[in-house]
Design a protein around this ligand. Structure first.
Ligand code: ADP
Length: 266
């Protein structure tokens, strides 16, 4: 609370009263705090890969280059960390765009069964590496109005997580259902269920996983190439579509992300 005291004087410097202005600055302070925390997080996240690149390059220059095996493994680390930096910067830019709502969405009719099929094909090679089965269940007749690129990004982020956090031999699935509205026979919303048979998310972490840089297990997220921003980007894109997203999970058994978007954008 900010308090301002303003004395009120009449002509001859004679006091006639005091105006007390009480300003509730909680919201402003909170916003400032969130912003400075974000900057601190971003700096920390960027520093980690840069430190690795610098450190391994220095060691190579100091002589490690002479041993071909060592050199190769250090160069691989430098390459991987540069990739991480690239992804991180891409995600930070994307997040700042969707957060400032500066991206105009371009809505068009989307045929969901071909859309989901194509998106799953993009994930095929990373799923195959872990022998993870990809499944879909979408009715041929289902259409919705959406920004196709953004919708793909939502699905892509959720599927990448499904694959990342599921051990070898598991399953990741996309189901699409129409949710009926008040008018009989007309769907009002489309429900996407993206489920996996992965490691699951502890109950206490569930409310926080859509926050920027929030990870249940930092080491696991890092080693699987995560930036900690995927779900917060998803949440913003879902909001821009006027939809909602929630998550259910059983530790050790798997997770289900339930996404609901309006069929028609108004
Ligand atoms: P990351 O890049 O770390 O995956 P996200 O924002 O996409 O960041 O997800 C935030 C965190 O939520 C992850 O670090 C992980 O701990 C958890 N998480 C997300 N999706 C899943 C999933 N399908 N199964 C288990 N944990 C998940």
């Amino acid at each position: 609370l900010e308090v301002n005291l303003v004395p009120m004087k009449a002509i001859e410097d004679e006091w006639i009263g005091l105006v007390i202005v009480l300003h509730d600055i909680t919201a402003i302070r909170r916003l400032e705090k969130v912003r400075s925390e974000f900057v601190a997080n971003v700096s920390h996240e960027l520093k980690t890969p840069i430190a690795a690149v610098k450190g391994f390059a220095e060691t190579l220059l100091a002589g490690a280059m002479n041993d071909a095996e060592t050199a190769k493994s250090f160069l691989q680390i430098i390459y991987d960390e540069s990739e991480r930096l690239n992804r991180l910067i891409g995600d930070i830019l994307e997040l700042s765009k969707v957060e400032s709502k500066r991206i105009p969405l371009q809505f068009s009719p989307v045929h969901l069964s071909s859309f989901v099929g194509k998106t799953l094909n993009m994930m095929r090679s990373s799923a195959d590496k872990k022998e993870i089965g990809l499944e879909m269940s979408v009715d041929e007749e289902t259409y919705m109005e959406a920004d196709e690129d953004r919708l793909r990004q939502i699905l892509f982020n959720l599927l990448s997580n499904g694959i990342n956090y599921t051990p070898e031999g598991g399953k990741v699935k996309v189901e699409v259902e129409e949710v009926p509205g008040a008018t009989q026979g007309e769907a009002e919303k489309i429900r996407f269920i993206i489920s996996d048979t992965g490691i699951g998310i502890p109950k206490k972490d569930l409310p926080r996983i859509f926050e920027r840089f929030y990870r249940v297990d930092k080491a696991r997220s890092r080693s699987s190439g995560g930036t900690g921003l995927g779900l917060s980007i998803v949440k913003h894109l879902v909001d821009l579509h006027g939809g909602s997203i929630r998550v259910e999970s059983d530790l050790g058994l798997g997770s289900r992300f339930i996404l609901e978007l309006p069929v028609i954008q108004s």
